[in-house]
Design a protein around this ligand. Sequence first.
Ligand SMILES: Cc1cc2nc3c(=O)[nH]c(=O)nc-3n(C[C@H](O)[C@H](O)[C@H](O)COP(=O)(O)OP(=O)(O)OC[C@H]3O[C@@H](n4cnc5c(N)ncnc54)[C@H](O)[C@@H]3O)c2cc1C
Length: 407
Amino acid sequence: MSALKKLVIIGGGFAGLRALYKLSDYDYHFEITLIDSNDFSLEKPALPEVAMENKDESEVKITLPPVARKSKAAFIQDEVERIDASNQKIFLKSGKELEYDYLLIASGAIKDYNAIKGYQEFGYSVCDNKEAKRLHEKLKDFEGGAIVTGAAKSEFGTLIDAPNLKAPCEGPIGEIMFMMDHKLRKMGLRDKSSITVFSPSKIFFEDVGDRARGVVAKIMKERDISLLTNKELVEITKESVIFSDGSEIPCDLAIIIPPYKAPKFIAKSNLGDDKGWVPTNKEMVHINYPNIFAAGDCTALAQPKLGHIAINQADVAVSSILKAENIEHEEVKFNPEVFCIMNMGGFEATLIYSNMLFGGKDDLAWHSPIAKLMKTSFDEEYHFTNGHMPPDIMTKALESLLIQFKE
Ligand SMILES: Cc1cc2nc3c(=O)[nH]c(=O)nc-3n(C[C@H](O)[C@H](O)[C@H](O)COP(=O)(O)OP(=O)(O)OC[C@H]3O[C@@H](n4cnc5c(N)ncnc54)[C@H](O)[C@@H]3O)c2cc1C
């Protein structure tokens, strides 16, 4: 029998875990190593609940070492500093070096809080566990006031043909505005508070079509949530937020999504596009290296930056790795679409499904307690199965439900 091929996965998030689980079926062919700078995988879609509901931090973390062990993979907790793609080597912060035959980069995106002046002192966010906890603490003694929420502008390269969104993920802003509205009503503070949303784009929720946007806009109006577009955040002060056009609005609590940046090691390894994101073809193969694959938020193709797209890309990358080794399998194609369930607090959520950004015709938003039930079930299922996606039967049930709306 020939020697096992060394396959390294960088990042144990949505994309990395999906790929790990799929590839572990081929342990007779690959020797897999998972590297992550943390010893846990963070379930980011559940972070708004840590901040604004009472979800415990432990409920949004999956411990990686046992997950790797069960998947017959080695786990290294370390930070990747550089890759030497010509010599197929990875250099880690600890000084260790690692060789690979195949490499899957699934390292997500960095949230650059420091790019916004005043953030550390006056700004809040829900983008990681520490920031979600910090906001949770802040809300304990919040007495009402002007709440401002929105995403800062991010920058993407031009090498790969993908939608160039100014805000790569406004779904969490939708959750923050509606969950805050619900929370303030419950606390008896809604009359003493205003909620203003800003977007760096001309259009809020730029990644969906008019129909889905219309549903969200209608609920915003009903809930007295106002919107400012074309606003690029530059600074947060004690009593205001300041935009790049010089305008300033009063603010007692700013909850933002900071700019997304590509992890530094990608550019340092000469593996990035003009803004440092991993350039791949639609088979998720690096444009210059046939043995380097990428999936998820770190890729130039992932627009918007969504877990749903990360999972599809991980499936495509696995399919391409198997193809490179001539292993028979069902081929998976890149099929980007926006699918997410926006928690609105209480028993409410809105399911959003749209492929209009990619030339499709589907565009819907379904506001219903059933959507909330689906969101809760997904989060619980994902957590208790250590990052497995729901079984195929649930995907089929969802598809049949969506067909009803399309007709
Ligand atoms: C608040 C919030 C809510 C969201 N809600 C939704 C939602 O409802 N639906 C949805 O579809 N999407 C949602 N998203 C987006 C979704 O979470 C991301 O698209 C998804 O996590 C991307 O997966 P990934 O595997 O590419 O990256 P990540 O999940 O970010 O994982 C990357 C991993 O790589 C590791 N890593 C990074 N750099 C290095 C390095 N140098 N060395 C070693 N390891 C490294 C990190 O530690 C991390 O574990 C949300 C995002 C946020 C912030």
